[in-house]
Design a protein around this ligand. Structure first.
Ligand SMILES: C[S@@+](CC[C@H](N)C(=O)[O-])C[C@H]1O[C@@H](n2cnc3c(N)ncnc32)[C@H](O)[C@@H]1O
Length: 286
């Protein structure tokens, strides 16, 4: 089953673990980074936003509440979508936010649908160019992508590569910032830049304090710990990996804009009578 809800914590993959916990900010820098990034992109109330890989919907609900824009969040895990919808309902913003199960690599939306695609810690696990091409397709001309991802600041020794895969899954592949820029440029985006680049700090307590304000996570956490004691060592293992890899990872907001389409060729202006005459002449010469 994709959600992993009924598995032992030891057998859950990273995404299943996050969904089971209902963690709202499972990305580098946590919720403080989300707020910093949203401040720097200034989304307007009339804009339509896609949150790709929305998890339990914390960022999407926060964005809708603070800007009044319409937003749709998608995630491949049905349990995440169930929790995100519950969050929107409890916070009284279901009229602005919708959540749907969908795959980011095959988005169920027409071309030119959105003003913004937001993403947080999802592209790092997938084929980057393919994902950015899909974002490009569903964005309107001039639409923008803002994707918060982990970056590699220096080469990881192979033992740490192995641990990275163990903690976050085999497909986890953080790129150096220049390569993130190349991937999004390759998909056709312009004005590419990394906003708010910063090292991944060992500020687990700060992030934890913020996480503990999220009612969706805290609701039945004690119950989960008592039923599945393996949860604590599993979380400790990930935290200790972040601690010992200080200096190797950073994160930033990968930003790009879909260009304006080139203008249509301007046809010479003809009056109606001249146009009919021209047409008749061309028919006669056929
Ligand atoms: C690390 S979590 C980040 C969630 C959320 N953006 C956040 O910052 O809290 C990655 C999310 O991507 C989802 N995901 C993984 N592969 C996906 C795919 N192909 N399409 C859509 N969602 C996917 C997972 O279910 C998970 O919720």
């Amino acid at each position: 089953m994709v959600s992993g809800e009924n598995k032992r914590v030891e057998n859950m993959n990273y995404f299943e673990l996050l969904a089971w916990l209902g963690i709202g900010s499972s990305h580098p820098g946590g919720f403080p980074a989300t707020k910093q990034n949203l401040d720097s992109v200034e989304i307007k109330p009339e804009e339509y936003v896609l949150d790709a890989g929305c998890g339990s919907g914390l960022s999407a609900c926060y964005l809708a509440k603070t800007t009044g824009c319409r937003i749709i969040g998608i995630d491949i895990n049905p349990l995440m979508i169930e929790k995100a919808s519950q969050r929107a309902e409890n916070e009284g913003i279901s009229q602005l936010v919708e959540f749907r199960v969908a795959d980011i690599t095959h988005l169920p939306f027409a071309e030119n649908s959105f003003d913004w695609v937001l993403a947080e810690s999802i592209t790092v696990f997938l084929d980057k160019v393919k994902v950015y091409q899909e974002f490009y397709r569903v964005l309107k001309p001039e639409g923008r992508v803002a994707d918060l991802e982990m970056a590699l600041l220096r080469e990881l020794p192979s033992s740490l590569k192995h641990q990275l895969a163990e903690c976050f899954g085999l497909s986890t592949d953080p790129l150096p910032f220049e390569e993130w820029c190349q991937a999004i440029t390759q998909a056709g985006f312009q004005d590419v830049e990394i906003k708010n680049p910063q090292p991944l700090k060992n500020n687990g307590n700060l992030i934890m304090n913020d996480l503990m304000k999220d009612w969706l996570l805290v609701k039945d956490l004690a119950d989960k710990v008592s039923k599945q004691p393996g949860l604590i060592p599993r979380l400790q293992k990930n935290a200790s990996f972040i601690r010992k890899t200080q200096g190797y990872f950073g994160f930033g907001l990968i930003y790009g804009r879909k260009p304006t389409p080139p203008p249509l060729p301007i046809l010479p202006k003809l009056g109606f009578k001249r146009w009919v005459l021209k047409l008749l002449r061309s028919k006669r010469s056929d």
